[in-house]
Write a protein that binds this ligand. Structure first.
Ligand code: SF4
Length: 330
């Protein structure tokens, strides 16, 4: 598939965004932060998310606005915070566990979250796999013997439907379950078109794992996008990241989890923030995280309670933070 055919073609590539002048009209004090931060990790905010952030304030704005602290070092920071670079059998492939293979469809996203654990991609590298590299990645995954292939990125929905459908078709029948890890239903809900949903439903079982951190991200157009997926029989799960100044509060998390369940989205994981280079200002102390999680568990039912996990920096995978904290007592 040619590069021109790779990205979605809904209006402007990856949807309408809010540019620097408009953001600085609202926050003139961020001019220096924009210029500094944009050099290490692009600032890109979809108009859809911006409208919600204007109404909600800090919990959403902090996720997307540049901050001079992105250039400040902090204790424990890592370029590869979840230790996945040792598990790249091929470019665009992460294979840590025998049961699943991750394919990085693209490095592009509709919106760039300032805490992203993959924010340290080398800007000199390609944003998308070449046709040859993508072909090799799919062949590797199809022959891996894995039960699940995860289409990730970047945001896999920054690629066109045809790219995704073709990948799934080539992975079947050897790969029974496909997962799509995407923030697009939250950052650019109009990307979840009826054609995309129908194409994924025709290729079931396809699970969609979205990424929403605060209930204020759930606007009516996001609700509609999630409903299109669920109504088509596509299971939808959510991963949230515990982030200072965004959702490091039991009430905020309880509100998010309850809101997700009402929308038939299972709150799957609450991630402890990774020690991402440039994201130290989002860090939450582990003891405080456990305190917040304990308070969350007392507020919501079992179906609304995500697992609180930490992706180990040594690449050994997800660890249950609560179980880890209790381990010395066993
Ligand atoms: S959408 Fe996901 S991959 Fe993209 S910047 Fe946000 S967290 Fe990172």
């Amino acid at each position: 598939m040619s590069r021109d055919a790779y990205h979605d073609d809904l209006g402007a590539p990856r949807g309408p965004v809010v540019g620097r002048p408009e953001v600085l009209r609202r926050f003139p004090e961020l001019a220096a932060a924009w210029d500094l931060a944009d050099r290490v990790f692009p600032v890109r905010i979809t108009r859809s998310f911006w409208e919600r952030a204007l109404a909600a304030g800090a919990p959403l704005m902090r996720q997307v606005l540049p901050d001079v602290r992105e250039l400040e070092p902090f204790d424990g920071e890592r370029v590869d915070p979840v230790g996945e670079r040792r598990f790249n059998p091929l470019p665009w492939v992460v294979h840590k566990e025998p049961s699943r293979v991750l394919l990085l469809v693209t490095k592009r996203c509709h919106l760039y979250c300032r805490y992203c654990f993959r924010r340290t991609h080398d800007p000199a590298d390609a944003e998308d796999p070449s046709p040859e590299a993508w072909d090799a990645a799919i062949r590797y995954a199809a022959a891996s013997g894995a039960e699940e292939v995860i289409l990730s990125g970047g945001d896999p929905l920054a690629a066109r439907d045809a790219v995704l459908f073709d990948a799934i078709d080539r992975l079947r029948p050897t790969i029974p379950v496909i997962r799509i890890h995407t923030r697009a239903p939250i950052t650019r809900p109009d990307r979840v078109t009826p054609a995309l949903v129908a194409g994924l439903a025709a290729r079931a079982p396809v699970w969609t794992v979205v990424h929403c951190n605060h209930a204020d991200e759930l606007s009516p157009d996001v609700d509609a996008a999630l409903a299109r997926l669920v109504d088509a029989g596509l299971p939808v799960l959510n991963q949230a990241v515990l982030l200072a100044g965004v959702n490091d509060d039991p009430e905020a998390l309880a509100g998010l989890c309850r809101a997700l369940v009402r929308r038939r989205v299972f709150p799957y994981y609450l991630h402890h923030p990774d020690a991402v280079l440039g994201a130290g200002h989002f860090a939450v102390d582990r003891a405080r995280g456990l305190e917040i999680y304990g308070a969350l568990a007392r507020r919501v039912s079992g179906v609304a309670l995500p697992r609180y996990v930490l992706d180990a920096p040594d690449g050994s995978g997800k660890r249950d933070v609560l179980a880890d904290a209790r381990a010395p007592l066993v």
